[in-house]
Write a protein that binds this ligand. Structure first.
Ligand code: ADP
Ligand code: ZN
Ligand code: ZN
Length: 825
């Protein structure tokens, strides 16, 4: 039989897989999706995943053998591998980069794996002899606490060193550990149970109590055990025993417990327990209203024709209730469901609502989870424990094997796009692809659909269902435009709040109602400035001004984290007149506490929600009525559903509107509508106050009238005229280098090469990036607009990959970094 070969995906920035020979001994046990250890180059040992198995030896090199197999079963399935390849190709990145993003760290063995001497190893009485070459490693470890696989390779040659390490591991002379701090480890609980014959014979148990009657501490422990586990009444309960902690928590003696274990009265055993609580789901009592039922039926009818359906339902129309009905049906048919939520909505009410219905079959995949928790969700999907997962964008990588439906809630959310590192994917678009690979359906839900999705619906590529009523008595809120400049002239502007805004907040407070105040800027003030000479403090490493944080009396860079104390005097002119300009959430919370001293005020932004449960805690406080006013960034616009919120205030709408980006209008429409949708969710009447300097801007009137379609048509004609998505495909290539000249030259050179690619396109730039320097690297951007017909984008990307490889191999540009962002935001 000819030998077999495996193409292995390796975590290195190289555009293809590498072929290795499968040793005869492994032939029957490997396949797609297994993790293997292979030698890479002269010095490295890497963990990779088999992407393909075949009989063709590589032409350009002689295949090295696979050194070892790590799994008894594949950790990723063939559909996932297909999905990875699609992603690498579409988003112009390397397959190894996709693998890195897809696998939780706990499933990755890195080449930086290290070995240490096993402190328990007994060199003297050890039953396995250590040979000379093994001794070399052990000696080296005596003088250097740890060695990496690479270090060992230098001592003994890569290939043999791997075998020697393995043999030392088997002999338990060394321990391997990962560079990553948190390797997956199951959570283990120590339990105790009563031994035979005391469980089955009452006499023996009585005898035992007589024996230990002089040892009250032991007696107490036994009594406690029998109280918790009544073995004489329910003998089967002894099997599960009792958590050892129950004994020690009750203040009973640990040493007496040990004696009982030593005397074989009690037996200690370990069980692996889940990090997630077991929860039973229950029947969902909610019945859909007529218009919702109709919506549900329309979705199903659309799915008969279309793979993807857009559910355009205004805030509070009951989209979540419709999702629940659909999910129940898919799960009953035996398929899996994935529900994607924007990052920030994931700790909120929607998740607990879903958990009540679906209980433990629902897995949650949160970005603040530890790697252990992620691996557990991963394993839970593999084992079938979780047939339904609610998660952030990276949950598209979970090992589903039979998806029946993918739902993307708030599909317009910008946070579905990953910026860095590669793959720079759009999770909504990736979800549609994933769903297609599974021959499954995708439902996109939003009150303010992205223009891309709405366009696809209008072009009949997607099905479309519209819900334009709120559930129950809830009415859409009343909007008020409040002119900042008019109030300023009349001296009615106090601490940045107009009179109308203050009145509305005061009314809410008087009625024991709540207010949400929105400002999309964290910190105290966007920047400081010298009143005399106009000097503005800037980051030393980036091209941005520093944000003033009052709480810590610091100025911080939001791009690189650089921070600095506020100077006493202006370094440019020596003046002491340094003032803050503009306002962030911190300052707004402070102003509100001055204007409404009796109100309890909370703040929600990146700075107040860094810890794992902080976000939840603030929302719980707000929901329980412990806060009257909540100030926040776009974090408060998402999926919040609070009965008592009657006022929503937008402090500076112009900041959202005037942004140098073709999506600014779309985003302003979405953000304002979303945050406004938090007001008056039940039968209370809600008001939205928008502070602006330009109340005449037509966009406000479109928002107020809920005239999404009208707004869409206006914006789209602009986009068509100026060649913007969805009429073209865009692609951004950023060139980075620590020397500005080299960055610019590389970018120009690249742009020239791209001009020759025979595809219809427009190339803009190179131009200094919007933020021209970040972390001491200079950035130049090239924006490419591609004609969408004739497969042009795919052809272009293919050529681009070759051009970049070619560029990187040139001496001048070796240290330049090029990043490609497909469909950039
Ligand atoms: P959306 O996701 O469209 O904003 P939700 O699903 O959150 O809307 O619904 C808004 C509120 O109305 C929620 O509190 C929800 O529980 C309630 N609701 C919606 N539909 C029903 C229904 N058919 N019966 C009872 N309550 C409903
Ligand atoms: Zn100055
Ligand atoms: Zn910086």
């Amino acid at each position: 039989m000819p030998p077999s070969f495996a193409d292995v995906i390796l975590p290195v920035p190289i555009p293809k897989m590498f072929t290795y020979r499968i040793p005869r001994s492994l032939e029957s046990s490997v396949g797609i999706g297994y993790r293997v250890i292979v030698q890479f180059g002269k010095k490295k040992v890497l963990t990779g995943i088999i992407g393909k198995v075949h009989k063709k030896p590589p032409k350009e090199y002689e295949a090295k053998p696979i050194l070892d197999l790590l799994d008894d079963y594949p950790v990723v399935n063939p559909l996932q591998i297909k999905f990875w390849f699609w992603m690498a190709e579409y988003y112009c990145c390397h397959i190894g980069e996709v693998m890195n993003a897809a696998l939780p760290t706990g499933l990755k063995l890195s080449s930086e794996s290290k070995i240490q001497l096993n402190p328990k190893f007994d060199f003297v009485s050890n039953e396995f002899p250590i040979d000379d070459r093994e001794q070399v490693i052990l000696d080296a470890l005596e003088s250097k606490d740890e060695l990496s696989y690479e270090d060992c390779g230098k001592l003994l040659g890569v290939k043999s060193s791997y075998a020697i390490i393995k043999s030392l591991v088997l002999k338990e002379a060394v321990l391997v550990y990962e560079q990553v701090k948190e390797k997956y480890s199951p959570k283990v609980e120590s339990r105790i149970k009563l031994t035979e014959p005391y469980t089955s014979s009452k006499e023996e148990l009585e005898k035992l109590f007589e024996q230990i009657s002089k040892k009250p501490k032991q007696e107490e422990i036994l009594l406690k055990y029998l109280q918790e586990v009544p073995v004489h009444k329910f003998p089967e309960k002894n099997k599960n025993g009792l958590d050892k902690k129950t004994i020690t928590d009750a203040g009973l003696s640990l040493s007496s417990l040990k004696t009982l274990i030593k005397n074989k009265v009690l037996e200690e055993f370990k069980v692996v327990i889940s990090r997630f609580d077991e929860l039973a789901g229950y029947d969902h009592p909610i019945e859909l209203a007529d218009f919702q039922e109709e919506g549900l039926q329309n979705i199903k009818t659309e799915f008969e024709q279309k793979q993807t359906v857009l559910l355009h339902g205004i805030t509070g129309s009951g989209k979540t209730e419709i999702y629940i009905k659909l999910i129940q049906e898919v799960l009953e048919s035996g398929s899996q469901v994935l529900l994607l939520l924007p990052e920030i909505a994931l700790t909120t009410q929607i998740v607990s609502r879903l958990q009540k219905v679906f209980g433990s079959q629902m897995g949650i995949f949160h970005s603040k989870y530890s790697d252990n928790e992620r691996v557990e969700v991963w394993q839970g999907v593999l084992s079938g424990r979780f047939s339904f997962v609610v998660g952030v964008r990276s949950s598209v990588f979970l090992p589903f094997d039979s998806l029946g439906m993918v739902i993307v809630d708030e599909e317009h959310e910008a946070s579905y796009k990953q910026f860095d590192p590669a793959p720079r994917f759009q999770a909504r678009d990736a979800a549609i692809m994933l769903s297609w690979l599974h021959q499954s359906k995708t439902l996109l839900g939003s009150a303010t659909p992205s223009f891309e999705s709405f366009y696809n619906a209008r072009m009949k590529k997607y099905g479309y269902v519209h819900l334009n009523k709120r559930f129950g008595e809830a009415q859409l809120p009343e909007y008020h435009l409040s002119d900042i400049l008019v109030d300023k002239k009349k001296n009615l502007l106090k601490l940045d709040f107009t009179r109308l805004m203050r009145e509305k907040i005061q009314e809410a407070l008087n009625q024991q109602e709540q207010a949400l105040i929105f400002q999309n800027r964290r910190g105290y003030a966007p920047y400081m400035s010298c009143e005399e000479c106009g000097w503005i403090p800037e980051c030393e490493h980036c091209d941005v001004s520093l944000t003033y944080h009052q709480y810590s009396e610091e100025m911080r860079c939001h791009y690189c984290g650089f921070k600095e104390k506020v100077p006493r005097a202006c370094p440019a002119c020596g003046s002491h007149k340094l003032t803050t300009v503009g306002m962030g959430t911190e300052r707004i919370a402070e102003s509100l506490s001055l204007l409404f001293p009796e109100a309890r005020i909370g703040r929600m932004d990146l700075d107040t929600t860094r810890s794992k449960y902080a976000y939840q805690k603030i929302l719980e406080d707000f929901g329980a009525g412990n806060l009257d006013i909540l100030v926040g960034t776009q974090m408060i616009t998402k999926g919040l559903d609070f009965d008592r919120v009657t006022v929503v205030g937008i402090v500076d709408a112009d900041r959202i509107l005037y942004f140098p980006d073709f999506r600014a209008g779309e985003r302003a429409f979405q953000q304002i509508t979303q945050v406004a949708g938090r007001a008056g969710r039940r039968n209370r009447h809600g008001s939205v106050v928008i502070q602006t300097r330009k109340p005449d801007n037509d966009i406000f009137h479109q928002i107020i009238q809920g005239n999404y379609e009208h707004f869409y048509i206006n914006e789209m004609s602009e986009r068509q005229r100026f060649f913007y998505p969805p009429f073209v495909k865009t692609l951004k290539i950023t060139t980075k280098h620590k020397e500005i000249k080299i960055a610019e030259r590389a970018s120009k050179h690249l742009s020239n090469l791209l001009k020759d690619i025979p595809v219809k396109k427009i190339i803009l730039g190179p131009e200094k990036a919007l933020i021209g320097k970040i972390k001491n690297q200079y950035l130049f951007d090239i924006l490419i607009k591609l004609d969408k017909s004739n497969n042009a984008p795919a052809l272009f990307k293919h050529e681009l990959a070759m051009v970049l490889e070619e560029l990187k191999s040139q001496k001048d540009f070796k240290s330049v970094r090029f990043t490609v962002d497909v469909d950039p935001y």
